[in-house]
Design a protein around this ligand. Structure first.
Ligand code: NAP
Length: 248
């Protein structure tokens, strides 16, 4: 029996990287999936195609999660297409590095708007529909404990995500909605390729300090998301699962 049969999931930022892998993995366990994207329609359509070719159900929905109307529109589209909502994965995120003297208002707002405000707005829209047994999964990062130089703003967003995760677990627990965070280490994605993390000294020093001896792949995180979305994790809420091959 598929672990997520009958459930409906929204995955934000699922046109590529970690979000795309999570969308595919949730669908493989029987969930109907809404694949959100901001600008990469082709990427989101490809994820939907992969899911439907394997016999699953998915739709792609454009929406900038940092805009209240669009976050609401994303959730409305899920309800319109599939009639219910059980799982929300707040994965959309942007990361830009910059030392303290390089921080600008734009650098700050770009990251806080998507990583923090977007998560709040999407969750606000989603909890109007998620009922008992629902699961919210927030994608945070080990960056908060790793604390590499020149990541003050990005790490600040993920510290906020961790705090929000704890608060919402308490707030939504009485409604039997679970809220958990996954804190990935470095994962090979389109995003980490484009900002030059892959192949960098940061990657090499991280691998050297990682007991399992490699960086992560999106599927490493997707399997954990399936677990947290499923009833197997029914006694977990407010948790922050570090997923980094043993790297701390
Ligand atoms: N990769 C890592 O090493 C790593 C480690 C720890 C945590 N994380 C976290 O994991 C998440 C995914 O990272 P990734 O590496 O997979 O990123 P990625 O490859 O850059 O993909 C980012 C995704 O977020 C979407 N997105 C960006 N802005 C958005 C907005 N305003 N509204 C809706 N969607 C938006 C993008 O959509 P479009 O393509 O349509 O723009 C894309 O689907 C992020 O929260 C990141 O902070 C990543």
């Amino acid at each position: 029996m598929s672990k997520l049969a009958g459930k409906v999931a929204v995955v934000t930022g699922a046109s590529k990287g970690i979000g795309a892998a999570i969308a595919r993995a949730l669908a493989a366990e029987g969930a109907k999936v809404v694949v959100n994207y901001a600008s990469s329609k082709a990427g989101a359509d490809a994820v939907v195609e992969t899911i439907t070719a394997a016999g699953g159900k998915a739709i792609a929905v454009q929406g900038d999660v940092s805009k209240a109307e669009q976050a609401q529109g994303l959730i409305d589209a899920a309800i319109k297409e599939f009639g219910r909502l059980d799982v929300l994965v707040n994965n959309s995120g942007v990361y830009e590095f910059g030392a303290i003297d390089e921080i600008t208002e734009e650098h700050y707002h770009r990251q806080f708007n998507v990583n923090v405000l977007g998560l709040l707005l999407t969750t606000q829209a989603a909890v109007k529909h998620i009922g008992e047994g629902g699961s919210i999964i927030n994608i945070s990062s080990v960056v908060t404990s790793m604390a590499p130089p020149a990541t003050a703003v990005y790490a600040g967003t993920k510290g906020a995500v961790d705090a929000i995760n704890s608060v919402l677990a308490n707030e939504l627990g009485p409604r039997k909605i679970r809220v958990n965070a996954i804190l990935p280490g470095i994962i090979e994605t389109e995003g980490t390729h484009s900002i030059g993390v892959i192949g960098s000294d940061l990657e090499h020093t991280t691998v050297a300090q990682t007991p399992l001896g490699r960086i992560g792949q999106p599927d490493d995180i997707a399997r954990i998301a399936v677990f947290l979305a499923s009833d197997d994790a029914g006694w977990l809420t407010g948790e922050r699962l570090t997923a980094a091959g043993g790297f701390r």
